[in-house]
Design a protein around this ligand. Structure first.
Ligand SMILES: [Mg+2]
Length: 382
């Protein structure tokens, strides 16, 4: 790929580091907030940008910090050192080509996502502007958070959780994953109690967590209909595109998916073959801002709305706020983790809060979120 003549005013990347953080005790549960991989990109001007990767952390760290092996398999830091962090489109493609054996989908793209977020953070900090303004956005200055939680261990416990989130002022709540998928009776009871706890007026999202085949999902969608879910998320395995198409054609419920996807061509499969209704984009996996904006445009061309996915740290939330504020096709909704069992996210950055039922899009330069060095040092592994 051709380079360009550097200008004397160009910033230069001097270091790229992947910092692994982990709670002392990690439980066997579907809560990806128990550890975190933070990407730190340093420049010669002293401006430091931060991003995050939600993936297999040490594999993504290897993709970033690993050795130069050959021209199609390279630790990404090698191709970034000395480059101008403002050239995000160019650097995205340079990284993609440099790690193409491992990086066309999955971990390689996840690793690029964290770097891309950090580069946009640097651009914003250097210019004194929030990322949403650099992306040309400003469609909205606030988003309506939906409380995102795992199901309770039982239907009754799920109902209690629902009441608690409603009491906290949330107007939309999602429950997901285990124990959904055990049997029809339990599945319906989980949704029934969630709805009972929320009352009739709040939005309820159901995240099945990849547990069904298409015919079972069609049966469950019909059984859940009386409880008016706003969407039915990831009932099928991510590669079951034909199953998604069958399900989507058979139910009036919105079908949501996308958090497993990385890079826009896999989203095209979900949209064009799977015929999903709501496209869920995780900034820390999909390829960062540079790719997410393209995914949003492809969805807009198909009349499909975008929501974020994020179950990790407030870096991911901040990135989602800038992204969602910069596209025309949001639902105005923000996934907002309320999982009560993990404390890592509150320790490593400032806390993003909902106020009066909404979360404000950051106005400070870059991602607009400060890291807490003591928290990073406390939970850093290695
Ligand atoms: Mg989900």
């Amino acid at each position: 790929m051709p380079g360009a003549t550097p200008l004397s005013s160009d910033l230069k990347i001097t270091a790229v580091e992947a910092i692994y953080l982990r709670l002392p005790e990690v439980k066997t549960q579907c809560d990806s907030g128990q550890d975190a991989l933070i990407v730190q990109v340093t420049t010669d001007a002293g401006i430091v940008g931060y991003g995050e990767v939600d993936s297999n952390p040490m594999a993504a760290k290897g993709c970033i910090e690993g050795p130069y092996s050959h021209t199609a398999t390279t630790g990404l830091a090698h191709v970034l050192i000395g480059e101008d962090p403002f050239r995000t489109e160019y650097l995205w493609h340079k990284m993609y080509r440099a790690n193409i054996y491992a990086g066309r989908r999955g971990i390689g793209i996840h690793a690029m996502s964290g770097i891309d977020l950090a580069l946009w953070d640097i651009k914003g900090k250097a210019l004194g502007l929030p990322v949403w303004k650099l992306l040309g956005g400003g469609f909205t200055r606030r988003l309506r958070p939906y409380a995102s939680s795992l199901f309770g261990a039982t239907p009754a416990e799920t109902g209690e959780r629902a009441r608690r989130f409603a009491d906290q002022g949330f107007t939309a709540v999602k429950f997901g994953w285990d124990p959904m998928g055990q049997d029809a009776e339990t599945d319906v009871a989980l949704v029934r109690e969630a709805r009972a706890g929320l009352g009739p007026d709040l939005d309820l999202m159901i995240d099945a967590g990849l547990v069904y085949d298409a015919k079972t999902a069609i049966q469950r969608a019909k059984a859940f209909e009386p409880y008016h879910p706003f969407w039915f998320e990831e009932p099928l395995l991510p590669d079951d595109y034909l199953g998604y198409a069958k399900l989507s054609a058979s139910t009036p419920l919105r079908i949501a998916a996308g958090e497993e996807e990385s890079e826009r061509k896999s989203f095209l499969q979900l949209m064009d073959v799977g015929r999903i209704d709501v496209v869920q984009v995780d900034l820390t996996r999909c390829g960062g801002f540079t790719e997410a904006i393209k995914i949003a445009a492809l969805a807009a061309d198909r009349g499909l709305p975008i929501v974020n996915h994020g179950f990790t740290t407030y870096l991911n939330v901040a990135a989602a706020l800038h992204f969602l504020a910069s596209i025309p096709n949001t639902l105005g909704l923000l996934e907002f983790v309320v999982e009560e069992g993990t404390t890592l996210r509150q320790a490593i950055t400032e806390v993003i809060r909902a106020e009066s039922g909404f979360v404000a899009v950051p106005e400070a330069p870059g991602l607009g979120i400060e890291l807490i060095p003591e928290g990073i040092a406390k939970f850093r592994v290695g």
